[in-house]
Design a protein around this ligand. Structure first.
Ligand SMILES: CC(C)(COP(=O)(O)OP(=O)(O)OC[C@H]1O[C@@H](n2cnc3c(N)ncnc32)[C@H](O)[C@@H]1OP(=O)(O)O)[C@@H](O)C(=O)NCCC(=O)NCCS
Length: 172
């Protein structure tokens, strides 16, 4: 079938691309993280350490682990750090999507990319940390197959402030 002028044209430029981050992405990742986490300023107790990240801390994290970035038309619109923990599970953190690009599956695609990397590496599963104060996020991860495995407290707090959640593929 031929395309007519009225038909939407396939446009590769509008497709999202996912790839592992390099050192050149540090500044863009920092900007995406700041824009993503700004909604939690003066909301979370204790405040998210994301607000205190700098080019140096992002570069250091990238040095000891990896990150995935989501690009649209060569602009980084989302990312997450990930690393392998001592028990072999992949751990991801600072999952961030620019507010203007949310609710179109980019956050899910970033998590699925990390899950794919974990599966390729025969890791037993994937872990993340989520704030108890953000039950909608915990529920979202539950929908994605994650289960709460531990309740954790920040130093100086008497009640749990965050949880570890895991999606386990296999126990070696
Ligand atoms: C959490 C976060 C990364 C999600 O990013 P996102 O790209 O909006 O994620 P998704 O689009 O995959 O999913 C978000 C919602 O949009 C919905 N959605 C996905 N695609 C959709 C579409 N095409 N149309 C409408 N809704 C859609 C999902 O079902 C989901 O709904 P839910 O929250 O009710 O389950 C983003 O909100 C963010 O950066 N938040 C601030 C930082 C943060 O909290 N990070 C996580 C720390 S643990």
């Amino acid at each position: 079938m031929e395309l007519t002028l009225e038909d939407p044209k396939p446009n590769k430029q509008n497709e999202m691309a996912l790839r592992d981050a390099t050192d050149r992405d540090v500044q863009a990742m920092l900007e995406v993280m700041r824009a993503a986490f700004v909604e939690y300023r003066k909301v979370l107790d204790p405040p998210s350490a994301a607000h205190a990240e700098t080019v140096e801390t992002v570069r250091r994290r990238l040095g000891r682990g990896r990150a995935v970035v989501a690009e649209l038309q060569n602009q980084i619109v989302g990312f997450a750090f990930y690393e392998v923990q001592s028990d072999g599970l992949f751990y991801f953190s600072r999952l961030s999507v620019l507010p203007a690009f949310r609710r179109r599956g980019i956050g899910l695609a970033l998590v699925e990319y990390i899950e794919g990397r974990a599966a390729e590496a025969n890791a037993p599963g994937v872990r993340l940390g989520a704030r108890v104060q953000l039950p909608h996020l915990v529920a979202r991860y539950e929908k994605m197959g994650y289960r709460i495995t531990r309740y954790m407290k920040h130093e100086g707090y008497t009640q749990p402030t965050y949880v570890y959640m895991e999606k386990i593929y296999s126990r070696a």
